[in-house]
Design a protein around this ligand. Structure first.
Ligand code: NI
Length: 190
């Protein structure tokens, strides 16, 4: 396994429409996915798409842990909000509720920045895992957001292209200072 170099916004590979994977269980695909998992862990990311490691194929990995998104939800709803480490090859997204939900996003290919992005709030997605088995789930909250963000990458789209208000493209340090602290204050006040 190896930690791979991450392409940054402006590299042409991030603007490509990626090709489908013909054989999900091919040894080179398994190796690539193992390296993507190691790279995402090293960079402390929630998701990673193959073009971000300079491979223009339709592969994404992501996770949506409980602590990040499901606090305070009942069990049925929480299920939609969380996902274990998931590998999706040739993914497809179906929008179940297109009404927009806004959230702050970051990207390993756009280091140091955060942006406010509105996306459909409820989706169903499917794809193949590394053994060629079909995965299908519905997703809301951070889970829905991370899947849509990663699947954008394999269509050559980086999150700032989804933004409608560029005044909400800010530095991570300012996000921590002004947004995260404010959120924490609001939670404490409730
Ligand atoms: Ni990204």
């Amino acid at each position: 396994m190896a930690i791979l170099k991450i392409a940054r916004m402006g590299h042409p590979v991030l603007a490509e429409m990626c090709a489908s994977v013909r054989d999900p269980s091919a040894p080179e695909i398994r190796r690539l996915i193992a390296d993507m998992i190691e790279t995402m862990g090293d960079a402390n990311g929630a998701g990673l798409a193959a073009p971000q490691v300079h491979v223009p194929l339709r592969i994404v990995i992501f996770q949506a842990p409980d602590a990040r998104s499901a606090a305070g939800l009942d069990e049925t709803e929480a299920f939609d909000h969380t996902a274990p480490l998931t590998i999706l090859i040739n993914p497809l997204i179906e929008v179940l509720d297109a009404s927009p939900e806004g959230g702050w996003e970051g990207c390993l290919s756009v280091p140091g920045l955060r942006g406010w992005v509105e996306r459909p709030r409820h989706i169903r997605y499917s794809g193949l895992d590394v053994d060629g088995h079909r995965v299908q789930r519905s997703a809301r909250g951070f889970h829905a957001r991370v899947v849509q963000h990663e699947c954008d990458h394999i269509d050559g789209v980086v999150y700032p292209q989804r933004m409608r208000d560029l005044s909400k493209l800010i530095f991570e340090s300012e996000y921590r200072h002004w947004i995260e602290q404010q959120d924490a204050g609001q939670q404490a006040a409730q």
